[in-house]
Design a protein around this ligand. Structure first.
Ligand SMILES: NC(=O)c1ccc[n+]([C@@H]2O[C@H](COP(=O)([O-])OP(=O)(O)OC[C@H]3O[C@@H](n4cnc5c(N)ncnc54)[C@H](O)[C@@H]3O)[C@@H](O)[C@H]2O)c1
Length: 262
């Protein structure tokens, strides 16, 4: 999809990867709605001009997604591309994760994607066009050491993106799924919802800058291909895992032991 003149929405765009995506889409000529619990208006102002607007939105409920889609459509017209990027990293082991953290992880990292898609798809199917993007994680194709909720919800996010592509690809719907390892944002460095085991992520791979990730995402959208793997070794790990799951699990257990030993 050529982003020039397209109406785009990015959730979790007050800061971090979402803010970088919004900046990059705007630079490529898109109209951009930034949505977040806080900070979206400030980030929109920093981008500047009349093709960008910031909205307060909470995507942790169906109604929050429905309202966001209504308000974003009112800003520039029918949405061409929706980026479900908002996410939370909280939660650790089965014993130490309370039910509120489980609910938040599933609502924001997974259900938000399907709630948004539910309200976007009727218009997109009618037009035979539409682009759904999501930020999952390398944890969604591999695993997150130390976090049951992050591992499960990011895997589910990848599964949902694949489902959309399989089910609606022939109707003209495009899907892209971003699966990075470490990216230099507050989530990695222990903000409100640090990814459990983020020290492992930092140690295991290069930590990339959000702006560089955003360029790769926008290039992938222009090419209309599915995965964005900004850390190329993730593709190798996926192949290794598929070829020999037991050996892959053994390697992950070794990493888990290293983390447990500190
Ligand atoms: N930083 C990393 O290393 C890394 C790696 C892989 C995947 N990710 C994923 O990237 C995405 C963006 O995270 P980030 O690294 O920029 O972290 P971040 O914490 O800087 O940004 C996340 C944003 O999501 C927003 N958000 C959280 N709950 C929300 C809700 N209910 N409604 C609306 N907005 C909400 C937050 O307010 C925040 O601005 C997340 O889905 C995260 O899981 C991050």
């Amino acid at each position: 999809m050529d982003l020039q003149g397209k109406n785009t929405v990015v959730t979790g765009a007050g800061r971090g990867i979402g803010a970088a995506l919004a900046r990059e889409f705007h630079a490529r000529g898109a109209n951009v709605v930034l949505a977040d619990l806080a900070g979206a208006a400030e980030t929109a102002t920093s981008i500047g001009g009349d093709r960008v607007v910031g909205l307060v939105a909470d995507v942790s409920s169906e109604d929050g997604n429905r309202r966001l889609i209504d308000e974003a459509s009112a800003a520039f017209g029918p949405i061409d591309l929706f980026f479900a990027n908002a996410g939370v990293g909280g939660g650790t082991t089965l014993a130490d994760t309370d039910e509120d953290a489980w609910a938040a992880a599933f609502n924001i990292n997974v259900h938000a994607h399907r709630w948004a898609a539910k309200y976007l798809l009727p218009d997109w199917i009618e037009r035979g066009d539409g682009y759904f993007c999501s930020t999952a994680s390398a944890a969604g194709v591999l695993a997150q050491i130390g976090s049951a909720p992050y591992t499960m919800t990011k895997r589910a996010a990848v599964a949902f993106a694949e489902y959309l592509s399989i089910t609606y690809g022939d109707a003209g719907i495009k899907v892209t799924c971003l699966c990075p390892q470490g990216v230099n944002t507050e989530m990695l460095h222990g903000g409100d919802d640090p990814i459990s085991g983020s020290n492992v992520v930092k140690a295991a791979a290069d930590v990339l800058e959000p702006d560089d990730v955003a360029v790769e995402v926008a290039d992938t959208i222009e090419a209309e291909t599915f995965f964005v793997l900004p850390h190329p070794e993730v593709a190798d790990y996926m192949q290794f895992k598929a070829a020999d799951p037991d050996r892959w699990l053994g390697g992950m257990r070794k990493l888990q032991r290293r983390v447990a030993e500190g």
